[in-house]
Design a protein around this ligand. Structure first.
Ligand code: NAD
Length: 413
């Protein structure tokens, strides 16, 4: 992650940043209500920000599909605090499992790490957790070997539906080698503090109820619409039928509004809610706003030239001004010809553990499917190139080197 303060510091334009939660976007009054949600409270902790133009990029929240017990007992994987909670929970489970006189059955439960959702988030997390066990935990706490166990639960017949069949098979085989248990056709229906209840579809099509005890449960079943977005949608009749988020036109303008754009996971487009799509949408909006600024400046110049040409007394001056006006008008027409947003898919990448990754890459209009250690190096370099700044790139590289030499950090605070 890159602190916003760090990005803003390097901008020439004046940017004001408020660390706050936007709780309401009022389309009629053209204001946003913001709340200071930090632990330290000042005299003012709620106020309004008026806007002329607005870009909504608030992302999504974790989907739980209303399944009882998920919010109370599961860990999520979206915010930095979620990662900290998971680390604390995993270490708590391990230390409690090793508590003096702990029963064998309870030890087994506490060391059972269950990940629900076989999309890229769940797969990458299950792989990383197993790596953590193999590379570090085994050495730090040898007593857990034999009982520490990662299970990935997925409702569909296979994991990673967006990848090609060969890569899905390769992932499932790699998980088998890594001793990660993959339970497909298993739909979680209820969560308690110590076990989950799932409905398993058997090969003959019949359904069976299963109880799976766990110590740490990580929930990764995809995206749901955030409250602030749902509220904006409820103000706009054009958004009534949307389930996935703000419906936008081909220039990313929110349907039913003027001067409000949406991008990333909070918008509903024909594309998957991925970082790759969001980042291209961001670059598109930057081009769009630059175009708007440039045309506004040129139009102002054009007005000035127009006034001058009307008052010019010498015919030659008038002619020169006319030429200049034509040139400027042509530039405006050219700039205004910005094409609609078009997504260019570069491919999908996912880490599957043991220094292996899979990639479905668009290559000279064809597809290239690859998996293994070389793909892992490609995955690492792709992640590095996606860091926002050289500073961040160096920090990430140093983190990787630190982990390689000293292992992962197991402290809880
Ligand atoms: P997802 O929507 O891709 O996958 C969620 C999975 O959970 C689905 O396969 C669904 O069948 C399963 N599920 C839902 N309810 C369930 C239940 N009750 N019991 C069992 N299984 C259940 O979600 P994600 O993995 O968080 O990904 C979200 C988006 O982010 C996707 O577009 C994804 O491509 C993208 N992403 C990409 C990467 C990458 O490219 N490496 C990494 C993370 C996320």
């Amino acid at each position: 992650m890159e602190p916003l303060r760090h990005i803003i510091r390097h901008k020439k334009a004046s940017v004001e940043f408020y660390e706050a939660e936007a709780t309401r976007i009022d389309n009629d009054r053209r204001v946003i209500v913001i709340n200071d949600i930090s632990d330290v409270k000042g005299d003012v902790h709620q106020t309004e920000v008026p806007f002329d133009y607005l870009v909504v990029g608030v992302g999504a929240e974790n989907a739980t599909f209303g399944i009882p017990g998920v919010r109370e007992h599961a860990c999520f994987l979206k915010e930095i605090t979620d990662a900290q909670n998971i680390r604390k929970k995993v270490m708590d489970c391990i230390e409690t499992a090793m508590f003096k006189d702990q029963t064998q059955e309870e030890k087994k439960r506490l060391l059972h790490m269950v990940v629900v959702g076989g999309g890229p988030t769940g797969v990458e997390f299950a792989a990383e957790l197993q790596d953590f066990f193999e590379d570090d935990l085994k050495k730090w706490v040898p007593g857990i070997t034999g009982d520490f166990h990662v299970t990935l639960v997925e409702a569909l017949p296979n994991v990673l539906p967006m990848f090609s069949k060969t890569l899905i098979e390769y992932t499932e085989k790699t998980f088998k080698d890594e001793k990660i248990d993959v339970r497909t056709k298993t739909m979680v229906k209820n969560v308690t503090d110590k076990y989950i209840e799932a409905e398993v579809t058997k090969p003959d099509g019949t359904k069976e109820k299963q109880v799976i005890p766990y110590g740490c449960l990580v929930w990764a079943t995809g995206n749901a619409v955030r409250g602030v977005v749902r509220d904006l949608m409820s103000q706009l009749p054009q958004q009534m039928n949307s389930r996935r988020g703000l419906v936008v036109n081909e220039y990313l303008v929110v349907d039913g509004t003027e001067g409000i754009w949406a991008l990333g996971d909070c918008s509903a487009t024909k594309y998957a809610p991925t970082a790759q799509v969001a980042s291209q949408q961001g670059a598109f909006l930057a081009r769009l706003f630059n175009t708007m600024a440039r045309t506004q400046a040129l139009e102002a110049e054009l007005d000035e030239l127009d006034a001058l040409s009307q008052t010019a007394e010498v015919a030659e001056d008038r002619e020169a001004l006319e030429k200049e006006i034509q040139k400027k008008s042509k530039s405006i027409r050219k700039i205004k010809q910005l094409l609609p947003f078009e997504y260019s898919h570069q491919g999908s990448l996912a880490y599957i553990g043991k220094e292996r990754a899979i990639a479905d890459i668009t290559w000279f209009n064809g597809n290239l499917a690859s998996g293994g250690s070389l793909t892992y190096l490609f995955w690492r370099s792709a992640y590095l190139s996606m860091c926002f700044s050289t500073r961040n790139r160096i920090l990430v590289l140093m983190d990787w080197a630190k982990v390689k030499v000293f292992g992962r950090d197991v402290s809880r605070e």
